[in-house]
Design a protein around this ligand. Structure first.
Ligand code: NAP
Length: 258
């Protein structure tokens, strides 16, 4: 029986692919972008400010990794369309931007609810509408939508964020069924409690300590611990993984009690 061991290392290589990772100036987006670049992809970093993107871009260049940057606010659809129009072919789209609002239902007015759902969910639809046609032409693509465990497990507060994240996972499943026969997979990546700089205050608070203890791993995840799961979904190794939500939460959502 042939044993094609030489194929195995290529299962996680992305040479010749270009990956756009939204919200990659810092946090999980940066870790995902760096991981995909290390796997051989040319990476397009993204954020609202070229100034904030300059240091991560320089870090990739210094490491000899191929990268460029695109800037637009997810809420600004004309700017999004102009930037994607100039970006060239995109083979892997990681939609990672996710603004938060942890306020209670009583405190979130309708306009703030609609704005957050627009940036976190509706903008993902706008972006896939711009990127997927090129993937269809080339017959290959990976769409990865970064959701959250709060899309399925609600806590107190954050109704707009939970709604957007739950919607993103549903969007991933629905789109997967339409694009699966055309060489494109669409999956969701659902992080649990990650120690990104955005969460620094929360981690230091009593609520953050309760979250740490709620996790079977008894710790917050290091931001780089998201990269392997993202690389898996983007890579040839996940060629038959479609419409799935991959949860990376140290077991939080597997347990009803710590
Ligand atoms: N950290 C966690 O524990 C955790 C848990 C579950 C899910 N998630 C999800 O994982 C993703 C990343 O989380 P994170 O903590 O790493 O996020 P973060 O630090 O808040 O993300 C920052 C990135 O998003 C960009 N960004 C924010 N709003 C934007 C907008 N309107 N338009 C364009 N870019 C925008 C920022 O760009 P600028 O430089 O322009 O500000 C920056 O690059 C989010 O979708 C989040 O919901 C995170």
């Amino acid at each position: 029986m042939p044993c094609p061991v030489s194929i195995f290392p290529d299962l996680f290589r992305l040479n010749g692919r270009t990956a756009l990772v939204t919200g990659s100036a810092r946090g999980l987006g940066w870790e995902i972008a760096r991981g995909l670049a290390q796997a051989g992809a040319k990476v397009l970093l993204h954020g609202r400010s070229a100034e904030r993107l300059a240091p991560p871009l320089a870090a990739l260049a210094e490491a000899g990794l191929a990268a460029d940057a695109v800037t637009f606010d997810m809420a600004d659809r004309p700017a999004m369309a102009a930037a994607i129009g100039k970006a060239g072919p995109i083979d892997v789209l990681v939609h990672n931007v996710g603004e938060r609002d942890r306020r209670s239902f009583a405190d979130i007015d309708h306009d703030s609810f609609a704005r957050l759902v627009d940036v976190d969910l509706i903008a993902a639809h706008a972006l896939t509408k711009l990127v997927v046609p090129g993937m269809l032409e080339r017959g290959w693509g990976r769409v990865i939508l970064v959701t959250s465990i709060v899309g399925e497990l609600a806590g107190h507060g954050g109704t707009s964020y939970a709604t957007a994240k739950g919607g993103l996972a549903a969007f991933a499943r629905a789109l997967a069924t339409e694009l699966g026969a055309r060489g494109i997979t669409v999956n969701a990546l659902s992080p649990g409690f990650f120690a990104t700089e955005t969460n620094a205050q929360l981690i230091a608070s009593p609520a953050g300590e309760r979250q740490r203890l709620r996790c079977p791993a008894k710790r917050w995840a290091e931001p780089h611990e998201i990269a392997g799961a993202a690389l898996f979904l983007a890579s040839p190794a996940a060629s038959y993984v479609n419409g799935h939500t991959l949860t990376v939460d140290g077991g939080v959502s597997a347990s009803y009690i710590a």
